[in-house]
Design a protein around this ligand. Sequence first.
Ligand SMILES: Nc1ncnc2c1ncn2[C@@H]1O[C@H](COP(=O)(O)OP(=O)(O)O)[C@@H](O)[C@H]1O
Ligand SMILES: CC(=O)OP(=O)(O)O
Ligand SMILES: [Mg+2]
Length: 449
Amino acid sequence: MSTQKNLVLSVNAGSSSLKISLYSLSSRGNHDSPEPVNLLLTSSISSISAPPAKFSFHVLSNDHSQSDVKDEPVDRITDHSSAFSHFIETLEHQASIDRKRIAYICHRVVHGGDYSDPVQINEESYHHIEKLSDLAPLHNGAALSVIKACISSLPDAKSVAYFDTAFHRSIPHHVACYAIDQKIANERGLKKYGFHGLSYSFIVRAVSRSLQKPIDTLNLIVLHLGSGASACAIKEGKSLDTSMGLTPLNGLPGATRSGAIDPSLIFHYTNRAGRITHDPAMATNIGAEDILNRKSGWKSITGTTDFGVILSKAQLDDPNPEIASHNPYRLAFDLFVDRILNYIGSYHLKLHGDVDAIVFAGGIGEKGVELRRIISEKLRCIGYRTIDRSKNEDAGKVEDVVVDISMLPSGEHDSQGREKRILVCKTDEQLEMARQNALDSNFWPENQS
Ligand SMILES: Nc1ncnc2c1ncn2[C@@H]1O[C@H](COP(=O)(O)OP(=O)(O)O)[C@@H](O)[C@H]1O
Ligand SMILES: CC(=O)OP(=O)(O)O
Ligand SMILES: [Mg+2]
């Protein structure tokens, strides 16, 4: 058994899930290898916020059948930290991998404030991330609880934080600014930060490779639709605008999040609209942030956080526009389509119509066949390709990371040479972090040529 310390563990604390992947570094100096890391195992814990949580574990080896677990309900997983402990126990018992070989643990940290690069966790960076927790109430605290668990269960590995916000540092100042007193905005850092950045960076690279088009020529409208959902306008490979804002609450609705509302709504919703507080004396206060982050979205409209269930019960074949007034699943579906179209329309204009592709990603974007079909039909009037029914239905079944689901008459493109395709991308934030880690000379000086 190898004892080389050359493994990278990537941990992605989403709002409702924990996704973990373990990689080894590809042969050093092998520039032909498409990725600088090789996947050894993956694990995911979903439905953390809608128990029982479901645990999956998959080892990539010739004989992995004995160690595989698929969607096993685990009652004792109640939060991200217990989810991570369950993973570590399974790793110990099911996989013959020596934990001491893990050199780095990459943590997806959703809010990084003004950090533009990954940072190694030490007392100072830990406290900085902790201070930002109020700006990502469903995420930063969960990521910190996993970082703590790693420090105690994997003491030989170094933890590094990778930030969702970093990708959006290219958003122009006037786009990131809110129309409020600029002195207060500057003092308090009140601006659009944007999230899902690790996913967007992965997607830009994957689409560039798939379309064989350099990143700095790529214009995309990407829809990352998961428990949290956002849209991003990407110009020449960089974020131009995105739908989430100061916090991951703004923009599209999500599993338990309202998305954009008139900010005054909250004062009419409840007269106890205080802020979320960590002070136990105030624990009974139903804060505005709690209502909008945890008690809204699909859960509040339909009772389920699972968009797959919403699609199956939305009676999408019924063309009656009134159906949404008595079918809550249809209401959720129609409302989501409406909000997604708001962003596509606006980003299409911001990109002057020069768009290479609309990309669907995230759990809903990758699995929601009907959502893709209905949105794509509405995009034909602005020049996007018709989607191919069977390519759309099979997108989740093929191995490819990027699947073109549009009917594309070969060589056809608009006056700017852009083909306006519709793509599905199996995004992978864990791989994005591991890749960035493996290529970083600060972490692997001996691995660089
Ligand atoms: N068959 C399906 N069709 C549409 N959406 C689905 C399906 N299965 C799962 N989903 C949605 O995918 C979401 C999870 O997406 P994911 O991107 O993995 O979430 P997270 O934000 O936790 O990372 C679930 O909350 C569920 O709503
Ligand atoms: C930023 C965000 O909402 O992330 P997730 O969708 O993983 O919860
Ligand atoms: Mg996610």
